[in-house]
Design a protein around this ligand. Structure first.
Ligand code: SF4
Length: 715
């Protein structure tokens, strides 16, 4: 624990602010600057490991583009003017109050992030849902996790991965389905590789349309067709049924819906399943064989399943296979959704999704609303009965004029949301845009009427939950620049400026202690993890219902699920093709994803010389035959267009892509170079329940660009 002043050499520990692996890092600072970051050896998530992104954090914290003072733009077209906190928050409160008085609370929205710590997420929910009275309170976790959330809820009764990373060491078959884990979750994947090396009989099955760096280590690679996951899962389920690989005792005692699922699979058209999966039948049989033979089956999955209009169904379908084989609720086994952001799990726990309330409650449930209102001391009816808008819906409503004001925190939607031309139109029409961010300019801060400077990682204390339900406390080792404040403090001060009660907190621990009271008795019970305990013990896994409870490594060891019947549910899910499929005009499929060296929209990693040396600029990967068909060669400038936009990128030839599929990393935005962002092309189609956009699939056309490309700018 840090005890020295910020001007001396200081050490402290914090959870990495990038991916959901949740590596615990040792930070060292000198003379008020972060100088070194290393992995903490006894941390359960990383066992001392660290990737290039974590190791280069000192390069991206103390930069000239840090926002150090609140700014307000008095009128559109004018330059933002520096202000004191009191003036900026007072001005914003007056504007927001006036919009709410004119149009009602549903004219405003909060769009946050899985990078916000739990204290900030909780106060955003208390402020917007519990004080202003709108459920238009969502986060960019909608873009990556919403299908996993609803998948767990509908199959198991509650959100939350049942497994932990230590299960890797106990598994005899690790399946990675729809995740380039080697690049997106490198430290966890290193643990998989080490397990394979130490135990040569262990299988690694990788299912992905792209033969990624993860697939290089696979003992079985299954090149599923883009969008072909559900038929492949159903085909595997059918083979498990036909070959007597069903764990009947488990199914009979702990599940429901098996009969309908069995009949659905046995009556499915086998050739139709194989053809829609896009995989040779022999490979499907090999995959089913690995699943059937495994004594401890651990399945990791991520955006390849989630970023789909049927993402929830894909999650249900993979969980079906675990239920069928009894591969859940035991060490080394289970369906393990990887989270892309460091505190996506925390946002789920605190209710920072449009449909949610703190403690895994739902805003549509009258009992849940009443419990939370009572806890916050709010009059009955304060929390709206109207469903909140989700990420894509928020920006559609802004463009349509139904929403007038948006508050954006810790995210860069003008790079990360689908159909960026629409997003830019939406922001251009908004009456009030508040952005809280550590940096300025970003693609999004340029739209802001109010700019609020944020203390970021290493400059504040806070709590986050990683992919494995591990709740960790992070320390502070350096002072934030200028007047920057932690996100939770900005929201608390704004709550006070609005005249709401319940926003007076001395420090982050007080916010945390208030929040965990709302988790008592809930599936994500953290009521035993007081801030004092977390500061002493550093981390605990929920459920942790009392201060002497050790935390829970694995869920469902008792085979009791949080459904009304106590049983997990099978769901028979049909194949549905993606919303926009190729045709004569746009004959190729665009899929997007991450690279090892970068994270999200480059606001941090784009400032690291070391990371930029690894991945300096954007590109489109093309199969050699698709490139040859339109006369493109490696390094040439290509024009890639969809029904929504056009971008220009240099071509990389990649024979490991399937024919007909091009890949563009989604990291780059307009700040590096105009017309390179993948999301100018992607589609806003969203799932019916999870409301997650289909970022992995849209139809595009590839052609040689008329001119050479300008080099991308470094930030
Ligand atoms: Fe660990 Fe992810 Fe951070 Fe890399 S980016 S150090 S894998 S948490």
């Amino acid at each position: 624990m840090m005890t020295t002043s910020f001007t001396e050499t200081t050490k402290g520990q914090a959870i990495c602010p990038y991916c959901g692996v949740g590596c615990r890092l040792l930070m060292e600072s000198a003379c008020g600057e972060l100088i070194r970051v290393t992995g903490v050896a006894d941390a359960p998530a990383n066992l001392g490991g660290i990737c290039a992104k974590g190791a280069t954090l000192p390069e991206v914290i103390h930069t000239p583009d840090r926002l150090t003072q609140p700014h307000v733009r008095p009128a559109r077209g004018e330059e933002p003017r520096p202000m004191t906190w009191a003036d900026a928050l007072g001005w914003t409160a007056a504007r927001l109050r006036e919009i709410v008085e004119r149009h009602g609370p549903d004219a405003v929205a909060f769009y946050g992030s899985g990078q916000l710590d739990s204290e900030a997420s909780y106060l955003a929910v208390k402020l917007f849902k519990g004080s202003i009275g709108t459920n238009n309170t969502d986060s960019n976790s909608r873009l990556c996790m919403a299908s996993a959330v609803t998948g767990y809820q509908t199959s198991l009764g509650a959100d939350g991965p049942p497994c932990c990373y230590a299960d890797i060491d106990l598994s005899d078959c690790v399946v990675v389905w729809g995740s380039n884990m080697a690049e997106a979750f490198p430290v966890t994947f290193n643990r998989v590789k080490a397990h394979l090396k130490a135990h040569p009989g262990v299988e690694l099955v990788v299912v992905d349309p792209r033969r990624t760096n993860t697939a290089k280590y696979a003992t079985l690679y299954v090149p599923v067709a883009p969008g072909g996951d559900i038929p492949l899962m159903n085909a595997v389920g059918r083979l498990l049924l036909e070959h007597g690989a069903v764990e009947h005792d488990f199914v009979a005692a702990h599940t429901e819906g098996f009969g309908a699922y069995r009949d659905f699979l046995l009556h499915a058209d086998w050739e139709g399943l194989v053809s829609a999966a896009g995989v040779p039948e022999a490979l499907i049989r090999a995959l089913a064989d690995r699943v059937a033979r495994s004594h401890a089956l651990l399945t990791f999955y991520c955006q390849g399943l989630n970023q789909s209009t049927v993402g929830m169904w894909k999650n249900n379908s993979i969980i079906n296979l675990h239920l069928l084989t009894g591969q859940i609720g035991k060490p080394g086994a289970g369906p393990f959704s990887l989270t892309g952001q460091p505190n996506a799990m925390g946002g789920r726990e605190t209710g920072l999704l449009a449909q949610a309330l703190p403690g895994y409650r739902f805003s549509e449930d009258p009992g849940h609303r009443a419990e939370v209102e009572a806890y916050w001391g709010r009059p009955a009816g304060t929390i709206s009965t109207r469903p909140g808008l989700t990420a894509v819906e928020i920006f559609r409503a802004l463009e349509a004029g139904r929403l007038k004001a948006i508050w954006i925190a810790a995210t860069n939607p003008t790079v990360s949301l689908p159909d960026l031309h629409q997003v830019r139109r939406a922001l251009s029409g908004a009456e009030l845009i508040v952005v809280q961010d550590p940096y300025h300019p970003t693609e999004t801060t340029q739209f802001a009427d109010v700019l609020l400077p944020v203390a970021q990682w290493a400059e504040k204390t806070g709590t986050m939950t990683s992919s494995e339900r591990l709740v960790s406390f992070s320390e502070q080792v350096v002072k934030p620049p200028g007047m920057a404040l932690p996100d939770w403090q900005i929201l608390a001060r704004f709550g006070e400026a609005m005249g709401f009660s319940g926003f007076q907190f001395e420090e982050s621990g007080a916010v945390w202690d208030e929040f965990i009271g709302l988790t008592a008795g809930r599936p994500c019970d953290m009521s035993g993890m007081t801030s004092g305990r977390l500061r002493r013990e550093r981390h605990l896994r929920w459920p942790c219902p009392s201060v002497d409870h050790p935390g829970t490594e694995r869920l469902y060891l008792d085979r009791k699920f949080p459904t009304p019947s106590g049983r997990a549910r099978f769901h028979a899910r049909l194949h549905r093709p993606p919303r926009e499929t190729p045709d004569h005009e746009f004959p190729l499929i665009l899929t997007t994803g991450r690279l090892y060296a970068h994270w999200h929209t480059l606001t941090r990693t784009g400032k690291s010389p070391k990371l930029l040396r690894l991945e300096p600029s954007p590109f489109v990967e093309v199969h050699p035959d698709d490139a040859a068909e339109v006369g493109l060669a490696a390094g040439q400038a290509a024009e890639l267009s969809s029904r929504r936009g056009l971008i220009r990128l240099p071509v990389k030839i990649n024979a490991r892509l399937p024919r007909g599929v091009v890949f563009v990393p989604f990291h780059w935005g307009d700040q590096q170079r105009e017309n390179v962002a993948a999301n100018y092309l992607t589609i806003q189609a969203i799932g019916r329940i999870a409301k997650q956009p289909e970022l992995k699939y849209c139809a595009v056309r590839l052609a040689p660009a008329p001119d050479a490309l300008e080099p991308a700018a470094t930030l």
